[in-house]
Design a protein around this ligand. Structure first.
Ligand code: GLA
Length: 398
């Protein structure tokens, strides 16, 4: 009898061992590294059409963006048409057949994203999902959608009615609406990344994961100028504890290549987003990229820092007036270090390597923008940083 019990126990343990890894892999979170792709809003705004999306998918392949890791092609606001008698939302004339479009995007080895709001209306005044969450999620899944940006917009009205200006109640209300859409997406059985967009209100980073978000905007909208980008990017200090694989802080989409910043400022933008383990969603016209833009968006060494599998967000380790030094620990034990100069004139800085936990023995340095190894440093690294610029290194203790 005892032997039998032992035998059953053994079988039970054995099957659990065999079954658990399978279960774990089924539960592997979407967005285990920060999502990479493209979004229509920053460049095309209201002008996005089916053709824009197809052209972008083609350009993602032709330019090498797909192979560099940019996978999602995301339609932002203004695709929405009318609801029919049963309540199904149809795209407007700009998007004749969403399923055919998804098939096209998938045929290129890419994924398709879409946009909606928990409110009655989207930010651009189109039909939102209020009261139709389940039906919309089911329709997205039927079309073959892989990513949803869910933007608070007109739900602000309901939020105020239910919570006034009370921060805790407001956070609770928003958790409810985002969880509702998360559950509706999960019920479809199709893995669909949930991108929460509510501008960082009420410290979303504290409860974004609980609401089922794979990423959440931490700020208002970015604009294509240095001040906007720098205000957003550098204000992310202190948010690193809230990011982890599957759940990312989102300081908004990239403006690289849209023309409002100098090449060095776009380098700063890309470097800061990589240190932040931010989602990398290009926002430019991919069919007309200059070589300069390509070299920034497709810098493999910078992308590797953003996409590092340990999934740590970097943070600020020191600042001196307009100089800021940020560090992101990487899976192989090395550290990504970015020294930023927010001033309009060149500046130098002697960076003490002990700040990053290095011992007082040589540290190997590799410059990820110049693509070259630098002389090993001992004790300090002397940085020369251009105006509004950055020096970005991968540093390894010898
Ligand atoms: C909000 C969002 C933007 C964009 C627009 C679309 O402003 O923050 O990213 O999606 O709505 O209307």
């Amino acid at each position: 009898m005892r032997l039998k019990i032992r035998f059953f126990l053994f079988c039970f343990l054995l099957t659990s061992c065999l079954v658990v890894p399978a279960k774990l892999s089924a539960a592997t979170p979407a967005a285990s590294t920060p999502p990479m792709g493209w979004n229509s809003w920053n460049h095309f705004g209201h002008r996005v059409t089916d053709k824009t999306i197809r052209d972008t998918a083609d350009a993602m392949v032709a330019s090498g963006m797909r192979d560099a890791g940019y996978i999602y092609v995301n339609i932002d606001d203004t695709w929405e048409g009318e609801r029919d008698a049963e309540g199904h939302l149809h795209p407007n004339d700009k998007f004749p057949d969403m399923k055919a479009l998804a098939d096209y995007v998938h045929s290129k080895g890419l994924k398709l994203g879409i946009y909606s709001s928990p409110g009655a209306k989207t930010c651009a005044g189109f039909e939102g999902s209020l009261g139709h969450e389940e039906m919309d999620a089911q329709d997205y899944a039927k079309w073959g959608i892989d990513y949803l940006k869910y933007d608070l917009c007109s739900y602000t009205k309901e939020l105020r009615e239910q919570a006034g200006n009370d921060p805790d109640k407001s956070a609770e209300v928003m958790q409810r609406v985002y969880t509702k859409m998360h559950d509706a997406l999960a019920a479809t059985g199709r893995p669909i990344v949930l991108s929460m967009c509510q501008y960082g209100w009420y410290a979303v980073w504290r409860w974004g994961t609980k609401s089922g978000g794979n990423l959440w905007r931490t700020t208002g909208d970015i604009q294509d100028n240095y001040l906007s980008m720098a205000n957003i990017g550098f204000s992310q200090a202190g948010l690193s504890p809230f990011a982890a694989p599957g759940h990312w802080n989102d300081p908004d989409m990239l403006e690289v290549g849209n023309g409002g910043m100098k090449p060095m400022e776009y380098r700063t933008h890309m470097s800061l987003w990589a240190i932040l383990a931010a989602p990398l969603l290009a926002g430019n016209d991919l069919s007309t990229m200059t070589d300069e833009t390509k070299s920034i968006l497709m810098n493999k060494e910078v992308i590797a820092i953003d996409q590092d599998k340990a999934g740590h967000q970097g943070d600020r380790v020191m600042s001196e007036g307009p100089l800021e030094v940020w560090m992101k620990p990487l899976a192989d034990g090395s550290k990504a270090i970015a020294i930023f100069n927010r001033w309009t004139m060149p500046l130098t800085l002697d960076v003490p390597l002990a700040k990053f936990g290095f011992r007082n023995t040589p540290v190997s340095l590799h410059d990820v923008w110049e693509h070259k190894d630098l002389p090993a440093a001992n004790g300090t690294y002397h940085a020369e940083v251009p105006p509004h610029g950055v020096v970005m290194l991968r540093a390894t203790q010898r």
